[in-house]
Design a protein around this ligand. Sequence first.
Ligand SMILES: NC(=O)c1ccc[n+]([C@@H]2O[C@H](COP(=O)([O-])OP(=O)(O)OC[C@H]3O[C@@H](n4cnc5c(N)ncnc54)[C@H](OP(=O)(O)O)[C@@H]3O)[C@@H](O)[C@H]2O)c1
Length: 284
Amino acid sequence: MCAQPTLGFIGAGAMTEALVQGVLAAGWTAPGQIHVTNRSHHGRRAALAARFGVRAHPGKGPVLEACSTIVLAVKPVDMDEVLGEVGPVLRPEHLVISVAAGVTLARLARGLGGHPRLVRAMPNTSCQVRQSATVLAAAPGADKADLEVARAVFSAVGQVLTLPEEAIDAVTGLSGCGPAYVYLMIEALAEAGREVGLPAEVAGSLAAQTVFGASLMALRTGEGPEALRLRVASPGGATLAGLRTLEEAGFAAAVRRAVQSASRRASELGSAPPRRGARVRRHP
Ligand SMILES: NC(=O)c1ccc[n+]([C@@H]2O[C@H](COP(=O)([O-])OP(=O)(O)OC[C@H]3O[C@@H](n4cnc5c(N)ncnc54)[C@H](OP(=O)(O)O)[C@@H]3O)[C@@H](O)[C@H]2O)c1
């Protein structure tokens, strides 16, 4: 019988939680094969262990000892510190996958003392429900098998594409940050539904299901979103009235600007020098 794969996480925040939940839901490995550590937040580690059955450690040593694939899931600003701690204890067989926005493969390799087996991944938090859109970019020193391992991890939690690294900041601005734009759309739809007289619960559920159904149509029918939109909007009808209002308000242009500024910010985050003493706690 094949041993179940091991997976180590440095960082125990939102992205780690989404990935852990997704790979376990997919049955990719067993909870005991997943090892997690963070910087200092003991309660957060304990909560992940209690909720998912994964193994939580106060330091990086046991994670690196137990796992051959290590996911670096810390903020870009904390990455240099982490690379400095992980680099000296890496073994040649370790595959390191970074999900950090903007942190290049060259910077990872430098920080890890030239370790060649590196993959950059840009997933999104829909990993949690196994619907991530993930893009991978492999370092020149990663071999086919390394990319296959990364592909297997992220395929367990959604769709995976492999692209040249130059595309990753653009990917971050679109699909890495994209769930937040869509949540804003759902919030706005739900609020508007309430304003036109629907009960809050009904408006919330109609808004989310409408976005879900439209996404499935765009993914599954093979028709482009423009053709689908034109099919809904019959001349003189209610949809056209709504679309015209969005157009007048500059909806599409605002979305374009959002993706552009998020992509730019991703690239800035990756090149910014580490900031000390500016951490914001978000987990209980
Ligand atoms: N959230 C998203 O939607 C998303 C999507 C795609 C990619 N990403 C990328 O995923 C990465 C993580 O994001 P996140 O949202 O999960 O961040 P987060 O919730 O703030 O979690 C960051 C984690 O990093 C840990 N950490 C910081 N310094 C450390 C150190 N020196 N050693 C060990 N652990 C350390 C923190 O531990 P303490 O709490 O103990 O300080 C915390 O558990 C980011 O680089 C982001 O660009 C995020």
